[in-house]
Design a protein around this ligand. Structure first.
Ligand code: AGP
Length: 604
C-alpha cells in the first residue's frame, strides 16, 4: 500500500507534504513525489527511493505554493521507476492514488488512452480519464470516472485551473482528514494529520471532498452536503516518533508492557473481563458453538495463540484461516460461528474481504483492531480496539502482544458466559493476565544476552525455530519476524515433525532456536533438541529452566520467568522479537522499513 497526503492552506505546502510523507513512509517507500499548484501552474517532482531522496530533490527549489499533494509508493502495478512514481499528471489533472484499479487495462482500451499513458500504473489511467471528462466541472468529471472504476482507491486530485483546491474520494483504501487555522489536510492515516489537530474524520466512501484553506466540504455523489462524524485521536504526536530509540521497532518492543496494560485494564471490572464499554454483549458468546479466526501474517499468528488457549481451556473448536485462503474456500461457517478478525491496521484488504464473506454466511464478526475508525472496525459487528498506539515499524510487535492479550480476554469471557469457567477460575486467570506486562519487563532485562545470539544468526543462510503446542505457534511468529527484517531464511517446525524430512537440512552450525516452555511436552522437545544437536546444530534453548548444565542440549540458554504454561507466550514473544531485531540491526539493515514490504497490505 502507499502513503498519500494533501494540504491546502496559508503556509507553504512543500514542507508540510514532505514532513507528512516522512510520517507515512512506513506505508511504502519504493518512490516518492510531490505536486504543487500555484498561479495556474503545476510543479511536479518525483523519483524512486525514499522520501529523503525527494527531500533532497526539492530542498534547493523555492516552492512557495500553499496547495499540494504528495505520495510515497509501494509498487503494485509497474516497476519501481521515476515514471511510475506518483503524482501522475495528465493535461490539467494531477493526482495521487492508494489502491488498485482492477479494470485499468480495459479502460485504456475502451477510452483509447494507449497514446496518452506513459507509465505502467493503474493510477495514471485515472488521471487520464478525469482529464478526458473534465471541462469546467470537477465534480462531474470525478463522478463520471469513479463510476467506471473497479477496485480500491483513495484519490487526491488537483486541477491546474482550480487554484488552492484539492478534491478527494475513496473506496475501501483509507483516508482521514482534518482542518485547522493553517489549512486543510487529508492523508492515508493519522500519523500525518496529528501535527495539525487531534480531531479528524474518516473520509466516507464515495463522497467527494473539497479541501480549501478555509475548510473541507463533503458532498455525496448527488451533491448533497454531508457533515462528517468527528473523532478524536487517543494518542499524541510523540507516540509516532522514535523517542531516542534507533528504530521504531525497538521502541515498540519496549512499549509492550504499557500497550497491554492500556488494552486489558479498562476491560476488567471486579476482577473479571467486561466488554460493556466496547458494546460487546454476552449474547455474542452465548450463541456460538465454534470459533473461526481470520487474519494475515502476524495477526494470524496472534489468532493461533488464541486457538491454543480456547481449545485447551474451554474445549470449544477453533479454526484459524489465512484470510486470502478463507476468501476462496467456501468456508464452513454459519450463525453458530463466532468469527474473530484480527488486524493492526484495520485496512488489510484480504482480511476485510474475509470479514464480509463471514458476515454473508450469517456469522457474527468480532474484530480486534488497533486503528480506531479503520475500515475493518467499521465493517465488523463488534470491535475490541487494542490500545497499543500507532505501530510504525513494518514488523509488528506491540500490536501482536496486545492482540494476544485481547484473545486471552475473549477466552476468559467466553468461558464465563458458557459456564465453563467459574468466577474464581476466571479471576485467577485475569490476575495472571494482568501480570503479563511485568513478565515482559522482566524478560526485557535479558536483552543483552539475547543480542549476543544475533551475531551467530546473522551469518546463517537458514535458521529454524522448533517447539510443540503453544511453542510451535510462537515459532511461526518468530520465523516471520526474523525473515521479514533480517532476510535470514527462517522456518518454524513442530519439533516432533522435524525428523520426518526437514532434519536433513540440519548441518554443522545451523541455528536452531528451540522453545521448551510447555511442561507437558518438555521432555519430548529436549529429545528433539538432542536430535538436532547430534547433527551439529547451534542450539538456543528458550525455557524456564534455572540452569542448563548439559552442553549436549544447547549452546545458549535464554531463561524466561517461571509461568503457567499458557502464559509463556508473553515472554517468548519478546525474546523472539529481540532476536529478529538484533539480527537485522547487526546486519546494518533498515529494521523499520525492510525491503519489498509495507505496513499494511491494502492490495490483494
Ligand atoms: C507483521 O510483522 C507483518 N508486517 C505482517 O504480517 C502483518 O502482520 C500483516 O500484514 C497483517 O497486517 P494487519 O494486522 O494490519 O492486518
Amino acid at each position: 500500500m502507499c502513503g498519500i497526503i494533501g494540504f491546502t492552506g496559508v503556509i507553504p505546502a512543500k514542507d508540510v507534504i514532505i514532513n507528512g510523507l516522512e510520517q507515512l513512509e512506513y506505508r511504502g517507500y519504493d518512490s516518492a513525489g510531490v505536486a504543487l499548484l500555484s498561479d495556474g501552474d503545476i510543479i511536479l517532482r518525483k523519483r524512486t527511493g525514499k522520501v529523503a531522496e525527494l527531500k533532497k530533490l526539492c530542498e534547493a527549489e523555492d516552492m512557495p505554493a500553499t496547495c499540494g499533494i504528495g505520495h510515497t509508493r509501494w509498487a503494485t502495478h509497474g516497476g519501481v521507476t521515476d515514471t511510475n512514481a506518483h503524482p501522475h499528471r495528465c493535461g490539467k489533472v494531477v493526482l495521487i492514488h492508494n489502491g488498485i484499479i482492477e479494470n485499468y487495462r480495459e479502460l485504456i482500451v475502451e477510452y483509447g488512452l494507449q497514446d496518452t499513458i506513459v507509465s505502467e500504473t493503474d493510477s495514471e489511467v485515472v488521471a487520464a480519464l478525469i482529464d478526458k471528462f473534465y471541462e469546467d466541472d470537477p465534480y462531474k468529471a470525478i463522478k463520471q470516472v469513479v463510476k467506471l472504476l473497479s477496485g480500491a482507491f483513495a484519490l487526491c486530485i488537483m486541477f491546474q485551473d482550480i487554484p488552492g483546491k484539492i478534491f478527494a474520494i475513496r473506496n475501501v483504501s483509507p483516508m482521514v482528514a482534518t482542518s485547522c487555522e493553517k489549512g486543510s489536510v487529508i492523508a492515508s492515516d493519522l500519523t500525518a494529520l496529528i501535527a495539525f489537530s487531534k480531531e479528524y474524520f474518516v473520509v466516507p466512501e464515495y463522497h467527494i471532498l473539497t479541501l480549501s484553506k478555509d475548510g473541507i466540504d463533503v458532498t455525496d455523489l448527488k451533491g448533497k452536503e454531508v457533515k462528517p462524524n468527528i473523532l478524536t485521536v487517543n494518542w499524541d504526536i510523540t507516540s509516532a516518533q522514535k523517542g531516542g530509540y534507533p528504530f521504531f521497532m525497538l521502541k515498540e518492543i519496549y512499549e509492550q508492557p504499557d500497550a497491554i496494560r492500556n488494552t486489558v485494564v479498562p476491560r476488567i471490572s471486579e476482577g473479571l473481563p467486561d466488554f460493556s464499554e466496547d458494546g460487546v454483549d454476552d449474547a455474542v458468546f452465548e450463541n456460538c458453538t465454534n470459533v473461526m479466526v481470520v487474519a494475515c501474517g502476524t495477526a494470524m499468528h496472534a489468532g493461533m495463540v488464541g486457538k491454543q488457549l480456547i481449545e485447551r481451556k474451554l474445549r470449544i473448536p477453533v479454526n484459524v484461516e489465512i484470510a486470502s485462503e478463507f476468501r476462496y474456500k467456501d468456508p464452513i461457517i454459519d450463525e453458530h460461528t463466532l468469527t474473530i478478525v484480527l488486524s493492526q491496521s484495520g485496512e488489510t484488504i484480504d482480511t476485510l474481504e474475509a470479514l464480509k464473506l463471514a458476515k454473508s454466511k450469517g456469522s457474527k464478526v468480532l474484530s480486534i483492531v488497533n486503528v480506531k475508525g479503520s475500515t475493518i472496525a467499521r465493517e465488523s459487528d463488534y470491535v475490541l480496539y487494542t490500545h497499543a498506539g500507532p505501530e510504525i515499524a513494518v514488523a509488528s510487535t506491540k500490536a501482536y502482544t496486545v492482540q494476544v492479550s485481547a484473545m486471552y480476554l475473549i477466552t476468559c469471557k467466553l468461558g464465563l458466559v458458557k459456564n465453563i469457567l467459574s468466577k474464581k477460575e476466571a479471576k485467577e486467570f485475569i490476575t495472571k493476565l494482568m501480570n503479563t506486562p511485568n513478565v515482559i519487563e522482566e524478560t526485557l532485562k535479558n536483552a543483552n544476552n539475547i543480542k549476543r545470539i544475533a551475531n551467530h544468526i546473522k551469518l546463517a543462510p537458514d535458521a529454524f525455530y522448533i517447539g510443540r503446542g503453544l511453542d510451535y505457534v510462537m515459532s511461526l511468529e518468530a520465523a516471520l519476524k526474523l525473515k521479514e527484517i533480517s532476510y535470514v531464511h527462517a522456518e518454524a517446525y513442530a519439533a516432533g515433525e522435524l525428523k520426518h524430512g526437514t532434519i536433513a537440512l540440519i548441518t554443522e552450525n545451523v541455528p536452531v532456536i528451540a522453545l521448551a516452555t510447555q511442561e507437558d511436552v518438555y521432555a519430548k522437545v529436549i529429545s528433539n533438541i538432542r536430535e538436532v544437536k547430534a547433527r551439529g546444530a547451534y542450539v538456543v534453548l528458550i525455557s524456564m529452566d534455572e540452569e542448563v548444565h548439559d552442553d549436549k542440549i544447547c549452546d545458549k540458554h535464554i531463561r524466561i520467568p517461571k509461568l503457567d504454561a499458557e502464559f509463556t507466550a508473553f515472554a517468548t514473544a519478546v525474546i523472539l522479537q529481540l532476536i529478529a531485531y538484533y539480527t537485522s540491526e547487526a546486519k546494518g539493515l533498515d529494521v523499520d522499513k525492510p525491503r519489498n514490504l509495507a505496513k499494511s497490505v491494502t492490495v490483494e
